[in-house]
Write a protein that binds this ligand. Structure first.
Ligand SMILES: CCCO[C@@H]1O[C@H](CO)[C@@H](O[C@@H]2O[C@H](CO)[C@H](O)[C@H](OCc3cn(Cc4ccccc4)nn3)[C@H]2O)[C@H](O)[C@H]1NC(C)=O
Length: 134
């Protein structure tokens, strides 16, 4: 399993997108991408599950404030394959994040805690290939 990657030397400002390309391990049960302020405060926990916690081929999103999880949001779109590369864009807007998937599908996730810029990223269970801000 890919060890967790942490990045904190960037600023995703409102109106801009963060594009991440990553390789999903062949044996992945799930992977997670977290964006926010620090390890206790995520504006989004993006957690595609192949087979984990009773979820099969579902994206689970949530927020975390001072280490407390919020309400989960489940998405049915699931353009992920174990062993393959994927590209995900996170567009930061004032009251939501627009998440754009590699098959062109997209969904919104509400911003539940105000944050001027997103400066913290962790990736678990997926190997980062490229990171770009637009
Ligand atoms: C019905 C009563 C039980 O509800 C279940 O409660 C579980 C425990 O709270 C929920 O699972 C948690 O959901 C959170 C989001 O709401 C996070 O996804 C929790 O995982 C955090 C986490 C990250 N990591 C690192 C990681 C992630 C992926 C791959 C490798 C390492 N390890 N644990 C994950 O353990 C799970 O989503 C929830 N299921 C439902 C249907 O609500």
């Amino acid at each position: 399993m890919s060890a967790g990657m942490v990045m904190s030397n960037f600023s995703l400002k409102q109106g801009h997108c963060l594009e991440l390309k990553g390789i999903i391990p062949k044996d992945a049960k799930s992977f997670a991408i977290n964006l926010g302020k620090d390890s206790s405060n995520y504006v989004i926990h993006f957690n595609p599950r192949f087979d984990h916690h009773g979820d099969t081929n579902k994206i689970i999103c949530n927020s975390k404030e001072e280490n407390h999880w919020g309400k989960e949001q489940r998405e049915n779109a699931f353009p992920f394959q174990q062993g393959a590369e994927t590209t995900i864009c996170f567009e930061y807007q004032a009251d939501h994040l627009k998440v754009k998937l590699s098959d062109g599908k997209e969904f919104n996730f509400p911003i539940r805690m105000p944050l001027d810029t997103i400066t913290f990223l962790t990736m678990d269970g997926i190997e980062l290939k490229s990171f770009s801000l637009h």
